[in-house]
Design a protein around this ligand. Structure first.
Ligand code: GTP
Length: 597
């Protein structure tokens, strides 16, 4: 296809504003797939994605459309992940296209995620067409939302399209707007091949599939290609496009978006943002802006049943093959036994991986508190990147500690603003900005990432009844007065519960932890002291009193199967307990103890 008849675009939207419904409609109305093949929400492939209503991996579809001017166009839609954890993948997808549809629910308005993604689109120099969706609903307020788009985002919304993705209203206009308001791609057919690696994933039949956008040159089946970042070379087996099912093609030229397979063994060998060129007569310089995505949140994953350690290892290795941004290494914990210290792009990424391990591989897991990477500067001038609070060196040897900070943007209806400010303040936030758009406030905070990774989303959702939206970006490291707090149960330190805390909050956190643990640990035949300590100094203490002997609890007589059932229950329950010294700690304690109220 010649460049003038190609349009590449993405859809920017907040969760639930109708991105998938609109994409489905665009595909359907151009007869890209037959009715029979049309599944609801075609683009969200994975179960977990659908269940959680989120889109994780970038997906793409090629639509052929005959416009009102009688000419046929190829429209390539790249679906971008909507969640903050995948910001880098969003930015790559954005660089692969020239324009965006900004979908805003006309009954709701602009949300924090919309903002973050639309700024990425603006950074990528996109032409942006605002689409006001759900205008079939009585609560739709297109004029108010137009104004809000102009006030908050600062783009012209006068010619925003009025659409109901559900009923199909405005779909024709949207297709025409894509053709006439978005620019065609540019690129040179005769130049050396430059293809951007937009995404990659593992397919059970085809192996690793790589999504590419051709910037210059032509990619053909049988070509020998080279990944410019990794230097690896491969012969191309197959190239094709998504309609949305895979369809082989002979070549992909400038401006086109499609896939290749090339006997690449693992997804780890493909780096999002890398430039693909020919092995011979290749491009000299890669496309600008490549950066590897690095894990920022770490936690330990341990099998509940230690006999499942090998299964866990297999499962983690398999998942890692298909997810370059997930890292892992073996870890041993005195409290939890053998497991893995894993790194993730963010909390959602962590949850998705943990879910998949539990569901697809059927392994019950204990997850330790998520932690961030601290920079620990030692008195002897060395520096340690600390991934696990349990490895914190002796404080007397530490000069100072730096922690990662984020810039968080929160959009919230007025009436909840006070609670949001309090929450941010409690989490050691520094307010950077506070503005209003209609009856909604936009607050910007500088927050320590470690105060956000655990339960910030949950707290934010609960104090705002789900009305707040949240987005963040990393801003760098800063020194603060951070110390390691250990938790001792029956005078032994439980490594899985140690954490770095701000000195001023240590007593409060320590007290809260001890009180929580006292509730969570069942009574034993003896008294159990529960303490929080910094270095050798105890800062909080609770005592779990001894259990009184209870003879009536014994099971006399009764029928045998009932007894057996009870015994089985006991055994299952035991598995969920971690023997620690002489004390048994239920697994929920490890997570619950760290949640703050
Ligand atoms: P994520 O996949 O979670 O990012 O959400 P999304 O933005 O793709 O939203 P989705 O298309 O799943 O739509 C969210 C909900 O809004 C669904 O229940 C849709 O049926 C509904 N919806 C989408 N478009 C319209 C519309 O034009 N009118 C009405 N009334 N409902 C709509």
């Amino acid at each position: 296809t010649d460049l003038a008849h190609i349009r590449n675009f993405s859809i920017v939207a907040h969760i639930d504003h109708g991105k998938s419904t609109l994409a489905d409609r665009l595909i359907q109305s151009t007869n890209t797939v037959s009715e029979r093949e049309m599944k609801e929400q075609l683009l969200d492939a994975m179960d977990i994605e659908r269940e959680r209503g989120i889109t994780i991996k970038a997906n793409t579809v090629r639509i052929e459309y005959i416009a009102d001017n009688g000419e046929q166009y190829v429209l390539n839609l790249i679906d971008t992940p909507g969640h903050v954890d995948f910001a880098y993948e969003v930015s790559r997808s954005m660089r692969a296209v020239e324009g965006s549809l900004l979908v805003v629910d006309s009954t709701q308005g602009v949300e924090a995620q919309t903002l973050a993604n639309v700024y990425q689109a603006i950074d990528a120099d996109h032409e942006i067409v605002p689409v006001l969706n759900k205008i079939d609903l009585p609560a739709s307020e297109p004029e108010r939302v137009k104004e809000q788009i102009e006030d908050v985002i600062g783009i012209d919304a006068e010619h925003a399209l009025l659409v109901s993705a559900k009923s199909g209203l405005g779909i024709k206009e949207t297709l025409e707007a894509i053709v006439h308001r978005l620019p065609a791609p540019t690129g040179e057919r005769d130049a050396p091949l430059k293809a951007m690696l937009v995404d990659s994933w593992y397919d059970a039949y085809l192996g690793v599939v790589v999504l590419v956008r051709i910037m210059d040159g032509v990619l053909k089946k049988g070509d020998k290609i080279k990944m410019m970042q990794t230097g690896a070379t491969y012969p191309v087996d197959r190239i094709g496009v998504f309609r949305p099912a895979m369809q082989n093609v002979d070549e992909l030229g400038p401006g086109e978006i499609g896939f290749l397979t090339a006997q690449i063994k693992q997804v780890r060998d493909t780096k999002v943002g890398d430039t693909i060129t020919h092995e011979k007569k290749g491009a000299e310089k890669p496309l600008p802006g490549f950066k590897p995505s690095v894990p920022v949140v770490f936690c330990g994953l341990f099998p509940v049943d230690s006999a499942e350690f090998e299964d866990l290892r297999d499962a983690i290795e398999k998942l890692a093959l298909n997810d370059a941004s997930f890292s892992y290494e073996m870890e041993t914990s005195a409290a939890l036994g053998f497991g893995f210290r894993c790194g993730f792009l963010g909390l959602l990424h962590l949850e998705v991986i943990r879910d998949r391990l539990e569901r697809e591989y059927d392994i019950e897991l204990i997850t330790t508190a998520p932690s961030v990477i601290y920079h620990v500067y030692m008195k002897d001038d060395t520096k340690i990147d600390l991934h696990n609070p349990a490895d914190m060196p002796d404080m007397s040897k530490v000069d100072h500690v730096e922690e990662p900070r984020i810039k968080a943007t929160i959009l919230v209806p007025d009436e909840y603003l006070g609670d949001v400010l309090k929450l941010c303040q409690d989490r050691r936030g520094l307010q950077l900005d506070l503005t209003y758009a209609g009856n909604r406030a936009m607050v910007v905070y500088d927050l320590p990432l470690n105060e956000v990774v655990f339960d910030f989303y949950d707290r934010l959702k609960s104090v705002t009844k789900g009305y707040a939206s949240f987005d963040y970006q990393m801003i760098g490291y800063r020194e603060d007065n951070l110390v390691r707090m250990s938790i001792l149960v029956n005078d032994e330190a439980v490594d899985a519960l140690s954490m770095l805390v701000h000195r001023d909050r240590a007593e409060m956190r320590g007290r809260a932890m001890c009180e929580k643990l006292k509730e969570l640990i069942p009574r034993h035949m003896f008294k159990i002291p529960i303490q929080a300590a910094i270095g050798g100094k105890v800062i909080a203490r609770e005592t779990l009193s001894a259990m009184r002997k209870d003879v009536t609890a014994k099971c006399y007589g009764g029928d045998a199967t009932r007894k057996k059932k009870l015994l089985e229950k006991q055994k299952a329950g035991k598995k969920k307990m971690r023997q620690f010294g002489k004390v048994e700690i239920p697994q929920e304690a490890f997570i619950s103890a760290l949640k703050m109220d």
